[in-house]
Write a protein that binds this ligand. Sequence first.
Ligand code: GDP
Ligand code: CA
Length: 328
Amino acid sequence: MKITALAGGIGGGRFLRGLLRAVPDAEVTVIGNTADDIKLHGLHVSPDLDTVMYTLGGGVHEDQGWGRAEETFSVAEELAAYGAHPQWFTLGDRDIATHLVRTQMLAAGYPLSAVTEALCDRWLRHLPGRGVRLLPMTDDRVETHVVITEDGQSRAVHFQEWWVRIHAKVPADRIVLTGIESATAAPGVLEAIAAADVILLPPSNPVVSIGPILAVAGVRDAVASSGAPVVGLSPIIGTAPVRGMADAVLTTAGVDVTPVGVAGMFSDLLDGWLVHESDAASVAPVEALGIRCRAVPLLMHDVDATAAMAREALDLAEGVRGGQRNET
Ligand code: GDP
Ligand code: CA
């Protein structure tokens, strides 16, 4: 079975780890968000690609959900001693090795997709089963910027600065994807969508993780026109994200912070949507959008619980397969 998933960082990575546990023989392709990418101290950092890579490869800091396990911060301390900026984003020593390899390869002319493949050769090659292929959504530079008003002045900051330094405490007036107009899908992305037996939207941030991937030219159309069932899992339980500040970006996007609101963002794509068991009241409103919906446990406590979520998603996909899609 060929499964193609669109993924951000923590929500995407954790879900995918459960998916691989649930169906080790599946051929999984992950299309990763690169709009969080940022240049720091001259290094090209790809936070979401790295979170997925470290999580699936067994190198992630488990409690934190991102970054490397058993990390040290000597370089960050030395940078701070020089007064080097920015100081709101701390890079760990082990993590820096990844960014050094990436930055060097990019400078040598390799596209991000080739760099990602090279980095994943270390982390994902030895996975059991068919393993997983991680593709950046694009080789072009796309960045999520957030327009905020500070001291009466409107200015755009990189999403990472808004998220990490400002903690999303200053409301986002607008969210802008710089570079998206000219970005094209990375090699293999549209092909992986077209060839998929199932397309999954993990419980990733719908606005700043899934949104940028779908905004790359051709991607949303490819998902919409693929014959494969498209099933997503809600990152929102009740009226709040399970972790992080997705509520802030949903509000900016004018979307209700509910499992129904998020389903509505993708109603042109979704055949199935999973909501948390406590959100059973959302099933009918989601189905009113023409999307098959089930309420099941959606907390990724551990890999087994996450694998069960993946099985539910595939089961729902099986249920809508073969032209039995819900019609509005
Ligand atoms: P990021 O790029 O690291 O922010 O990660 P993603 O975009 O992939 O995922 C972030 C989303 O994951 C957040 O909106 C969370 O609500 C969601 N999330 C995290 N843990 C869980 C969980 O256990 N269950 C569900 N349903 N969503 C989760
Ligand atoms: Ca992210």
